[in-house]
Design a protein around this ligand. Structure first.
Ligand SMILES: C[S@@+](CC[C@H](N)C(=O)[O-])C[C@H]1O[C@@H](n2cnc3c(N)ncnc32)[C@H](O)[C@@H]1O
Length: 335
């Protein structure tokens, strides 16, 4: 937010943030950035390539350019900018699937935030009649966008996690709810000798094939963490899993891990741990996303993690911060 804005201008810009969510979402949906990889193009050619109407596409691009996403280089002619580059499908830091995810079922659920705040209930469930993960099972195209969005989201955190946390003492690591395995693959590449198991719902891991160079160190297993998790590992990683669920459900997941793990093993919960005070912190907004989208999910404070872990027969041993918003909440068996 530019500091020269008056309080009224700042609040107006914040209050109309939903417009920007949709503008970025539409650019991502149309694949506009992919169409500009070869260089700048005029609106008419872009409209033809993306299946849009030329004048409305121009208005969208002009609006986005005013935010630094795309640039008008000549009348009705547009090019990529550093922000627009991130909407390319093939960019190593791509956020295209994340932008596509936020503009539909997330967006519609956020429209019911008022109801969630009044009732404490999950807006997604109210609107769609089932949990978000059940809905993704029934809507595999949207599920694939969600899985891609999680990979996009993870990229921002993975390098910070590797820099802050030493995985080298671990023999076998299970990534519980590891999605398509981008994080686990990165950890295995950075940690010679480490064996890894990617564990997620069968339909999420079905398309995952370990790359040849990791084929002897990476196993892929489908299952349900409310029933069981792979046994015998000395570390269980849960990144953005515990924040998806209320305390009772978390106790079930952690209970299965406690029963399955090597007695001297560790549980590594990677989440945006809420700090005290009024300062800005992404987890304070992500917490509201969990309110809207999940069944009892929330971001938690260090004290809330300590209590939750204790109630699952585990003990919080330390919290390792990273240069990104996530920290590693490390726990061991309490007995
Ligand atoms: C918020 S995503 C996090 C994905 C990944 N750990 C990351 O940080 O990018 C939650 C993951 O939990 C998985 N999941 C949800 N319910 C599950 C269940 N009952 N058993 C196993 N995995 C589940 C989802 O498929 C999804 O990949």
């Amino acid at each position: 937010m530019p500091p020269e804005l008056s309080p009224g201008e700042q609040l107006m810009a914040m209050a109309s943030g939903a417009w920007v969510t949709q503008m970025i979402h539409v650019a991502a949906e149309l694949g506009l950035a992919d169409q500009l990889v070869g260089g700048e193009r005029d609106c008419e050619a872009l409209a033809l390539a993306c299946g849009a109407e030329a004048d409305t596409l121009f208005r969208l691009l002009r609006g986005l350019a005013s935010l630094g996403i795309f640039e008008e280089t000549a009348p009705r002619r547009f090019a990529l900018t550093p922000l627009a580059e991130l909407l390319r499908s093939d960019h190593p830091q791509s956020l295209r699937q994340f932008a596509r995810m936020l503009g539909e079922e997330h967006y519609l659920s956020w429209a019911d935030l008022l109801r969630s705040v009044r009732t404490g209930e999950n807006a997604f469930q109210h609107r769609y009649g089932c949990s978000v993960f059940a809905w993704y099972q029934q809507n595999p195209e949207r599920g694939a966008i969600f899985d891609g969005a999680m990979t996009d989201f993870s990229r921002q955190e993975t390098e910070a996690l590797l820099a802050a946390f030493d995985f080298s003492g671990i023999r076998r690591l299970v990534d519980v709810g590891g999605g398509r395995g981008a994080l686990l693959q990165r950890v295995l590449r950075a940690t010679p000798g480490l064996q890894g198991t990617l564990f997620d719902q069968p339909e999420v891991v079905a398309p995952v094939a370990p790359p040849a160079e990791l084929s002897d160190r990476l196993r892929v297993e489908g299952g349900d963490f409310f029933r069981s998790v792979p046994s015998g590992a000395d570390a269980y990683l849960l990144k953005h899993i515990i924040h998806d669920w209320g305390d009772d459900a978390c106790r079930t997941i952690l209970g299965h891990i406690r029963a399955a793990m090597d007695p001297a093993g560790r549980v590594l919960i990677v989440e945006q741990v809420i700090p005290p005070g009024n300062g800005p912190f992404p987890g304070k907004l992500l917490d509201l996303n969990m309110l809207v989208m999940s069944e009892g999910g929330r971001e938690r404070t260090p004290g809330e993690y300590a209590q939750l872990l204790e109630s699952a027969g585990l003990r919080l041993s330390r919290i390792v911060p990273t240069a990104s918003a996530v920290s590693v909440v490390e726990a061991v068996r309490a007995d």
